[in-house]
Design a binder for this molecule. Sequence first.
Ligand code: OXD
Ligand code: MN
Length: 589
Amino acid sequence: MSLTKNQAVNSWVDEMIQLTTPDNVVWIDGSDAQLDALRAEAVATGEMIKLNEEKLPGCYLHRTAVNDVARVEGRTFICAPTKDEAGPTNNWMDPKEAYEMLGKLYEGCMKGRTMYVIPFSMGPVGSPFSKVGIELTDSIYVVLNMAIMTRVGQNVLEALGDSTDFVHGLHAKADLDEEKRYIVQFPQDNTIWSINSGYGGNVLLGKKCFALRIASYQGKNEGWMAEHMLILGLEKPNGETKYVAAAFPSACGKTNLAMLIPPEGYKAKGYKVWCVGDDIAWMRVGENGELRAINPEAGFFGVAPGTNMKSNPNALLTCQKNTIFTNVVHNLDDNTVWWEKLDKNPPKNAMTWTGIPWDGTGNGAHPNSRFTAPACQCPCISDHFEDPNGVEISAIIFGGRRAKTAPLVYQSFDWNHGVFVGSAMASETTAAASGAVGVVRRDPMAMLPFCGYNMADYFGHWLEMGKKIKKQPKIFHTNWFRLDDEGNFMWPGYGDNMRVLEWIIARCEDKLDADVTPIGYVPKPEDINLEGIEDEVSIDTLKALLTVDPALWEEDAKGLEEFYAKFDRMPAEMTAQLNALKDRLAKAK
Ligand code: OXD
Ligand code: MN
């Protein structure tokens, strides 16, 4: 029975029931009793395995189909009315054609199954930043993940009232056929249709589909920003906390930075880092012209392999209870889980992520295996995590993975130059990652697969937002991945990134000078604190980490020019920024 009198919700749910013809319909009220019953049902059917209650209380293991382990960018579409509105970096389908084609796939696809109706809020229920969605799904796994990743239940419907402003999300596993797998956004209709997948990023519709693709479009129209950014608070010894939002391409350590543990010397002085979010930031202009941000999610959907007590103890501690593990190794000796680099003791008696006995060779866990864990369990979760007014952002960081070009850190000259720096974000393959070294993938603001409209207009929106924000955050670029001539990483990364954050905050507070270079302000080497890591990073290494080679940058500017050429309506300011960079580089030679 429906849990709401909202006509728009009820008639849309009825229409989707007629389309997909489930045997039962269950509204999710968010109660523990209901979620417990669903957990028990998923265990009974084998959809989830209950793990050791002593060692991992409230934890479960799930395995996806082997052909369904990651986001599928090639099958992800932005169905705006015209191709031009989706822009050259998105796949596009005519909305009418998409509804027709997918409608056929959805026809009767829930026969013999139950449809779950999940009312969810992105952001604290009732916050001025928050938005409501309803996801219809035939997967208990999706219900239980959504209950961790978002705020789910009856109170969301109460907050919605009789408003028609909600995202309409329809997900069906159908038969998991990868040839008929589609992840389709209709930004103009506030609608998401996802079919033939059971993997997180494709089916937890609150995350990438809503909180980035649909929300970026809403943000452009409503004057706010939905960004692929972590949010962290850096508490100084005097008790003051400054907040930073940072965008990095996928798999460049966003979750690690968001939960950073400061080096011993910093801890001793009283520095702390607090996590507000690890993946998505929704940002609005506050009453005093400041930029404020919330994390719209309620949990972490983190990559398991590589997470360990050294790389990210906070993440590991977060996923010790009430967590759903997907596609990791099942340790049969004590009914727990394992993944590559968790520790040096792979289990002897275990099943791989595909559910077959593991002989210890090859990958036991899938490289994209995940944990879904409640954010409130994170030992360093910020006091402002549930703050309906968000936190004030002092600095924005764009990160790249560059072998040589980008220095460890630099600051843009101003907001517009910072937007240009974000548009030039890129990651580059290293020898360790693949055979081809130096292949540059442009990923502006880490939004390439997540921007719900034409990216030229997205850059325009960033420029417009700059005009609205009176207290503009300073914009920086970092590169933790610089290599020496032998191909070794020059910077230790992880907790030592705190040293760079300290410089960034000092620059925001106008406490330090910097060197002016053609690409922006670069630290004076003596201003990056190397105390405690002098053996690893000599002052000469630091100087090398901070060099800017105009010849390499001229090459890079050419690549960026080619990227810009894909767009037929790049804002004039962006092209002007590119030309200004080229001029500065020419003069530097
Ligand atoms: C993610 C991603 O899973 O960015 O967060 O791919
Ligand atoms: Mn992400």
